[in-house]
Design a protein around this ligand. Structure first.
Ligand SMILES: Nc1ncnc2c1ncn2[C@@H]1O[C@H](COP(=O)(O)OP(=O)(O)O)[C@@H](O)[C@H]1O
Ligand SMILES: [Mg+2]
Length: 359
């Protein structure tokens, strides 16, 4: 599984590129502002149909152009090459999967899953609770077929309940949604809790490799007070919900936290250590996905050499190698990046948006 080739047109400063990738490590090098992050962003866009750098969908269109185009070929489970095409105009988007137009983006989900770590993205440490929830949900969408359905059911019931609250509807109308809400909520919670438990084991194992002096602990908060059933939390907060116009408790308020050596990561770890902690978490997520034999698309790591010292860069790289997934790593200074023990490596040099394979 992975991205075999990619054609890019008018994406940020990349006018055009036609690239063949390695199924193992792809090392992307070049000076500042050459276009390294833009290449990773294009790959990410193909997998998730959105950027990791901006919420403005048209922003990556090269200045002065009407659209950007991406055509990637990914390898399916069965070893078949499947083209994914994406054309983003200022207004509008066209997506093709296996030469068929895609109408609902959810139809594309899972065909080329990508994970990214970049200085331009929020992380589980510095992003808000919404970001952390999304990191769990995204993984569960891929790992558990039933999750997407129950999540949609929950979201619908919550939207209706909140609309009733906002409209100051009578109590009877507000609580008609509670049965549906509770049923879906309990299922979401069960999925997440089970996933989080398994994830924590992998995070511990990764931390032993990358940051052996640090003891990590992870805690999941379901989105309502501990030791209280959600049904009770809902009825106890009904007056407050009505006063504030939204539902206070439920899986939509879930969060999780990480501590190392009993302390907050952001307040007590160096930037390099924080980056390593985030890498551990992401590696753990990919491993869990692989345990479930869902396809892993690609792991994108932007600016490997920034913030990490050479020993940690090497440990991160060898952890990535052990994943047995396709990896894209960008670096300004590739000399320190040790690639000798990778079975399949390709290097790319980026300069003013032009990308050349280094042979
Ligand atoms: N929509 C755009 N059109 C043209 N150029 C852009 C666009 N968005 C960003 N750029 C430029 O692309 C260049 C490459 O940026 P980036 O990929 O972040 O470089 P790197 O990661 O190699 O430091 C920057 O000079 C940036 O100003
Ligand atoms: Mg960059």
């Amino acid at each position: 599984m992975g991205l075999q080739s990619l054609e890019i047109q008018d994406f940020r400063n990349i006018v055009s590129a036609s690239l063949q990738f390695s199924a193992g490590l792809n090392l992307v090098c070049g000076e500042n502002a050459a276009g390294k992050t833009s290449l990773l962003e294009a790959i990410y866009c193909l997998g998730r149909v959105r950027s990791f750098r901006t919420s403005i969908a048209a922003q990556p269109i090269r200045d002065g152009q009407a659209a950007f185009r991406l055509v990637g070929r990914v390898l399916s489970h069965q070893g078949r090459e499947i083209p994914i095409g994406l054309e983003r105009q200022k207004q509008g988007l066209k997506v093709h999967f296996d030469r068929q137009p895609i109408r609902r983006l959810s139809d594309l989900a899972g065909s080329f899953p990508v994970q990214v770590l970049s200085g331009d993205t929020p992380t589980i440490l510095n992003g808000g609770p919404r970001y952390r929830r999304q990191s769990l949900d995204w993984a569960l969408f891929h790992v558990e077929q039933a999750y997407r359905e129950v999540w949609q059911r929950y979201t619908r019931a919550l939207r209706q309940r909140n609309a009733a609250l906002r409209a100051q509807s009578p109590v009877k109308q507000v609580i008609t949604w509670d049965a549906e809400l509770l049923d879906a909520a309990v299922q979401i919670h069960t999925f997440r809790e089970k996933y989080f438990e398994a994830l924590a084991l992998h995070v511990h194992a990764e931390m032993k490799m990358l940051l052996p002096d640090m003891e990590v602990s992870l805690r999941y908060q379901p989105g309502w007070p501990a030791n209280v059933a959600l049904s009770d939390a809902l009825s106890q907060s009904l007056d407050k919900d009505r006063a504030q116009g939204f539902t206070q408790y439920g899986p939509h308020r879930a969060d999780f936290s990480l501590q190392v050596n009993g302390k907050g990561v952001v307040s007590h770890c160096s930037r390099g250590q924080q980056k390593a902690v985030v890498v551990c978490f992401m590696l753990a997520q990919v491993q869990l996905q692989q345990d479930q034999s869902t396809p892993m698309g690609a792991f994108l790591l932007d600016d490997l050499t920034s913030e990490l010292d050479v020993p940690h860069q090497q440990r991160v790289l060898s952890a990535l190698r052990d994943l047995d997934s396709q990896v894209f790593v960008s670096a300004i200074d590739p000399e320190t990046v040790e690639v000798a023990d990778w079975p399949a490596v390709k290097k790319f040099h980026v300069e003013h948006g032009e990308i050349q394979e280094v042979v």
